[in-house]
Design a protein around this ligand. Structure first.
Ligand SMILES: [Zn+2]
Length: 246
């Protein structure tokens, strides 16, 4: 679904776990001009075909999945990153172009990702195999011709050490990954989680001017939050219900 010019939202509609995905279309200078945020699972715990579903939705919006030139993960958990490599492979197979889609995540996630990858492989008998092409840091990420898309990378740890949020000032869009949801916050009980850090990260996000808040998962309250008043209400709700004593 197109949200604003150049930005498409793919909200996970299945019953099992999977992340939402977001796509910035026609922004990179390369012949693969799209940027995909969090490809999600290939197949989830209920055997739902998450990736097939996502790619179908992208195509129905008139976009080609093989034109994805950059994948950004908000963090490295498998429900956000398992499909990374499959998206890269698909682009290579369909186009025959030697240049592959790039994969990026925050530098502070790398050590954790390697540790978690090993753990997941032992627990599930399958790892999340991908190699980042480059690392992101706190600061500006300007993409495309004439810096068409000016994103701000915000390091927002707490759910995982290298969790990021992406802020697009032009349209007042914030993509939060698993830091903040509609009426909820990310888990801090997984390895690498830290409640105090998460609170600090959310307080930081609350200072931004936000019209569209796009979280990594939907909740019983809903998926994306539209309108600055609703976004402010959500920050107030979360503060009261999750961090009253901190
Ligand atoms: Zn997560």
């Amino acid at each position: 679904m197109k949200l604003v010019e150049n930005l498409y939202c793919y909200i996970w509609q299945g019953r099992g776990n999977n992340s939402n995905s977001y796509l910035f279309a026609h922004v990179l200078r390369s012949d693969r001009p799209h940027v995909l945020i969090d490809p999600g699972h290939v197949v989830n715990e209920l055997k739902e075909r998450c990736l097939e579903n996502l790619l179908g939705s992208i195509q129905r919006d008139g976009l080609k999945p093989e034109d994805i030139g950059l994948i950004i993960n908000t963090h490295s958990h498998p429900d956000h990153s398992e499909a990374n490599q499959a998206v890269v492979e698909r682009g290579r197979a369909r186009t025959g172009k030697p240049k592959q889609a790039l994969i990026a995540l925050h530098e502070d996630e790398e050590e954790y990702r390697r540790m978690l990858g090993g753990m997941m492989a032992r627990m599930l008998g399958r790892g999340v195999a991908f190699e980042p092409t480059f690392y992101l840091k706190e600061g500006d990420l300007n993409l495309g011709k004439e810096k068409k898309l000016n994103l701000k990378i915000l390091h927002t740890p707490g759910h995982s050490p290298g969790s990021i949020s992406l802020y697009w000032p032009y349209n007042k869009v914030l993509i939060t990954g698993d830091v903040l949801f509609y009426g909820g916050v990310g888990r801090t009980d997984l390895p690498g989680g830290d409640g105090k850090l998460l609170k600090r990260s959310i307080e930081r996000l609350s200072e931004l001017d936000i019209e569209y808040l796009l979280p990594g998962h939907s909740t019983e309250f809903g998926s994306i939050i539209k309108g600055s008043d609703k976004v402010k209400q959500n920050f107030a709700f979360v503060r009261l219900n999750y961090f009253p004593l901190l």
